[in-house]
Each structure stands twice: as structure tokens, then as C-alpha cells.
Design a protein around this ligand. Structure first.
Ligand code: C2E
Ligand code: MG
Ligand code: MG
Ligand code: MG
Length: 275
């Protein structure tokens, strides 16, 4: 007994592990203050159609940490998801995007564009999420039809009725849904016919090796065909080369996002650097 306790303690006081735990806790604490300290901001990456015309943009979160510099959302979103923080941050993102949409309402050329926001599965665990989105739309006056919520397959793993209901309520507000990172998560496709989706986003991992990996190209071709059958829009993310774009277009994908068309950029004054 004493012996195993002893070895546990050795493990607990592993200096490297302890250092990592401290660093993580520190980063979580910093993140909890990041909003009020105005360290979070959004960048926008354009989405184009088959002619190269901008049809919208995806909002992507950035954290400018005072000591660490830019921290990737890949690092800090999981930290936020581990705590209640994701709710506050997620609503701030939606509110910011709604503000931008309102400022666009004056410019006829922009009222056709949609802005996509990533929504973490954790945000759907907040029962008042729909009400909060409704409140933001009402208060800002943002046109809901220009707001697209990006969800991931992990949201559907448990096939929960309450999730479907929340999505339908959000749909009835006028917002649309995109299924992000398609093909990387849950393997059952049956949820596709039950959920009010509008768009499927081909994951960048398949786009990346589209031209040299026959499995990836088969997955992308099937995804495009599936989207067409289900009458969903399909967009490819992570498009970096003209060859990838040409292949995707040839297989019927008419929406693209990736460095080939532009990196994510800040849009400070609402004058879209996007167009
Ligand atoms: P995602 O939603 O799949 O976003 C696409 C990621 O691919 C972005 O990374 C984007 O900058 C990057 N990307 C765009 N074009 C290219 C390209 O041509 N090549 C390559 N290699 N990458 C490209 P980012 O901005 O680092 O975001 C990473 C992930 O963090 C996002 O993946 C999303 O899951 C999450 N995320 C970002 N912002 C938010 C947010 O506001 N809320 C939530 N819940 N998650 C967010
Ligand atoms: Mg996304
Ligand atoms: Mg994605
Ligand atoms: Mg991704």
C-alpha cells in the first residue's frame, strides 16, 4: 500500500508533468481574462465561387497573448471547452460577426455574403444557447440569413433529439448550418438526413493530398456526390493550389476556401479587404 502510494507520488511530482500542468493552468487563467483585456480578435478568410468571386468568409478566432504572442485556436479552444469559458467566448464571436453583418447592410454588394462562425459542440450543452443567439440577432438587427454556423460531426455522435431540436430552432431564426471537417469524425451518415444542414465542408486533410492519394481523392469525390444527392452545398477548405481547385471544380465542387484565395485577415473597419 505504502509502496504504491509512494510511486504515485513520484509520478505526481514528475517535474516535467508538473511544469506542464502549471503552464496549462496559467494559460487557462490568462484565457479567462482575455476577453475583457481585449486580447481576442477575429480574422476572416474569404470563400469564393467557381468564378473566383467572394461569396462569404469564415471568422477564425485569434488570441494575442501579452507574453506568448499569437496563440493558435487549436491550442486555446480546447482549454476554453474544458471550462465554461467556451460559452462566453462563443457568444462574443457570434456577436462580433453580427456586428460586422450589420455594418455591411448599408452596402448592397455585401448583403449577399455569408459569414461563417465555428460553434463548439460544448456550446450546444448550454440549454439557453438558442435563446442567446436569438437575443443577439434581435439586439444587433443582423440579418440571420447571412449567418452560417459551422458544426462538426462530433455533435451528432450521441444522436440526441435535443441537439436536433436546437438546430431546427436556430434554422427557424434564419441561420444556416455547415458541417465542418467532414469525414474526419463520426462514421455514420444517417444523421445527414435528420439534421437541418445546408452545406458540407470537405476537410482540408483530404484536400491536401487530393492529387497524390487515391483514398483522399475517392473520399472527396464521394463527398461531393453525396452533397449533390442530398442537395447540400459543398465547399472545400484548405485549397492551396490551382491543381486542387481544378480537380475539385471538375468533380462538381463550386465553393472554395484556402490560401490560394487568401489567408485569414482582420477586417477592422468593416471595409472588406475581402473583395
Ligand atoms: P476550421 O474551422 O476547420 O478552420 C480551418 C483552419 O484551416 C483555420 O485554422 C485556417 O486558418 C486554416 N486554413 C485556411 N486555409 C488554409 C490552407 O489553405 N491551408 C492550410 N493548411 N490551412 C488553412 P485556424 O484559424 O488555426 O483554426 C483552427 C481551428 O480552430 C478551426 O478549424 C476551428 O476548429 C477552431 N476555431 C477557430 N476559431 C474558432 C471559434 O471562433 N470558435 C470555435 N469553437 N473554434 C474555432
Ligand atoms: Mg470552420
Ligand atoms: Mg474545417
Ligand atoms: Mg479543421
Amino acid at each position: 500500500q505504502a509502496k504504491s502510494l509512494g510511486s504515485n507520488q513520484v509520478c505526481f511530482f514528475d517535474p516535467e508533468l508538473q511544469a506542464r500542468l502549471i503552464e496549462r493552468t496559467q494559460l487557462e487563467n490568462d484565457l479567462s481574462l482575455a476577453l475583457e483585456k481585449r486580447q481576442l480578435f477575429l480574422v476572416y478568410q474569404r470563400q469564393v465561387d467557381e468564378h473566383g468571386d467572394v461569396v462569404g468568409a469564415e471568422a477564425l478566432l485569434r488570441w494575442r497573448h501579452p507574453e506568448r504572442g499569437l496563440v493558435s485556436p487549436v491550442e486555446f479552444i480546447p482549454l476554453a471547452e474544458g471550462r465554461e469559458l467556451i460559452h462566453e467566448i462563443g457568444l462574443w464571436v457570434i456577436e462580433s460577426v453580427c456586428g460586422l453583418l450589420v455594418s455591411w447592410a448599408q452596402q448592397p454588394a455585401l448583403t449577399e455574403l455569408t459569414l461563417s462562425v465555428n460553434v463548439s459542440p460544448r456550446q450546444f450543452q448550454e440549454p439557453s444557447f438558442v435563446e442567446q443567439v436569438r437575443e443577439i440577432l434581435a439586439r444587433t438587427g443582423a440579418p440571420a440569413s447571412q449567418l452560417k454556423l459551422e458544426v462538426t460531426e462530433s455533435l451528432f455522435v450521441d444522436d440526441r433529439d435535443d441537439i436536433r431540436r436546437m438546430m431546427e430552432e436556430l434554422k427557424s431564426l434564419g441561420v444556416t448550418f455547415s458541417l465542418d471537417d467532414f469525414g474526419t469524425g463520426y462514421s455514420s451518415l444517417s444523421y445527414l438526413k435528420r439534421l437541418p444542414l445546408d452545406q458540407i465542408k470537405v476537410d482540408q486533410s483530404f484536400v491536401r493530398d487530393l492529387l497524390d492519394n487515391s483514398t483522399s481523392s475517392a473520399i472527396v469525390a464521394s463527398t461531393i456526390a453525396l452533397a449533390q444527392t442530398l442537395e447540400l452545398e459543398v465547399i472545400a477548405e484548405g485549397v492551396e493550389t490551382e491543381e486542387q481547385r481544378a480537380w475539385l471544380l471538375q468533380h462538381g465542387c463550386l465553393r472554395f476556401q484556402g490560401y490560394l484565395f487568401g489567408a485569414p485577415v482582420p477586417l477592422d473597419d468593416g471595409i472588406p479587404a475581402l473583395r
